[in-house]
Design a binder for this molecule. Structure first.
Ligand SMILES: NC(=O)c1ccc[n+]([C@@H]2O[C@H](COP(=O)([O-])OP(=O)(O)OC[C@H]3O[C@@H](n4cnc5c(N)ncnc54)[C@H](OP(=O)(O)O)[C@@H]3O)[C@@H](O)[C@H]2O)c1
Length: 246
């Protein structure tokens, strides 16, 4: 697809940035989204340009429907056709049930789950106009295993799987909707825990290491590509096999 735009939410760093670079290599124009990290977003724009594509950065809090409307509008103003949405923006912090405030519970759901809904709702009409679309939602290993220090995170990521199947049914046949559930991936989100106990984490993973962000971006690229054209409503677990051992 030439001259088609891809919005990647939360692409100022981590998996989102790697995805922006990968989809740029695949020939898409990129909208880099962030809510706070403007410098990181500008850096991603430069990296996309270095890989021979075009990018704009747009600040939008995905949990805010008005921001998301503007995110899609700015993409449309810059690039005519919007064909790809990667719902990657995510928020996580460690808190047990005792520690978790209602505010943080709500933030987890608002950003990780409602954010994906907001973006799909705003982007799908553009994809329908184009007659082609791909939505990839980033879930997590925690959707299946749960978490003993982040029930808000695990619940929001489990919700993503229901949203994925529902939208896949609603938006077929023009638009496919799939999810990826990454396991431990080296990004700023996991920096602290990997610094503390990478060896211990890796020892529980059959592939004996954590993922690098481009490996997750590669799966996203596959789902967006022609090779992924007959897959919808599916979740791909990219976790080095840890699900089999936990
Ligand atoms: N790393 C892992 O091991 C792992 C495993 C499973 C799933 N995941 C999922 O993969 C996705 C990316 O994770 P990551 O590890 O790359 O995280 P990260 O390094 O912390 O990056 C998160 C990105 O999301 C953006 N973001 C956060 N809140 C936002 C909001 N309200 N609106 C718009 N953007 C927002 C951040 O930018 P700003 O700071 O500018 O907002 C940043 O660009 C997340 O959904 C995460 O849950 C990660």
């Amino acid at each position: 697809m030439e001259n088609v735009a891809a919005i990647i939410t939360g692409s100022s760093r981590g998996i989102g940035r790697a995805t922006a670079i990968r989809l740029a290599q695949d020939g898409f124009k990129i909208t880099v989204n962030y809510s706070q990290d403007r410098d990181g977003a500008e850096e991603t724009v430069r990296m996309v340009e270095d890989h021979g594509s075009e990018a704009i950065s747009v600040r939008a809090d995905v949990s805010n429907p008005d921001d998301v409307t503007k995110l899609v509008e700015k993409t449309r103003e810059e690039y005519e056709d919007l064909g790809v949405l990667v719902n990657n923006a995510g928020f996580s912090h460690h808190a047990t049930l005792d520690e978790l405030t209602h505010e943080n519970w709500q933030k987890g759901i608002d950003v990780n789950l409602t954010g994906a809904f907001n973006c799909a709702k705003a982007a799908a009409p553009e994809m329908k106009k184009l007659g082609w679309g791909r939505i990839v939602n980033i879930s997590s290993l925690r959707a299946m295993t749960g978490s003993d220090h982040g029930s808000h995170y695990a619940s929001s990521k489990a919700g993503i799987l229901g949203l994925t199947k529902s939208l896949a049914l609603e938006l077929a046949p023009e638009i496919t909707v799939n999810a990826i559930s990454p396991g431990y991936t080296r990004t700023p989100m996991t920096k602290e825990s990997l610094e503390e106990k990478e060896e211990q984490i890796a020892s529980k993973i059959p592939l004996n290491r954590v993922a690098e962000s481009p490996e997750i971006a590669g799966v996203i690229s596959f789902l967006v590509s022609h090779d992924g054209s007959y897959i919808t409503g599916e979740t791909i677990n990219a976790n080095g096999g840890i699900y089999m051992t936990s």
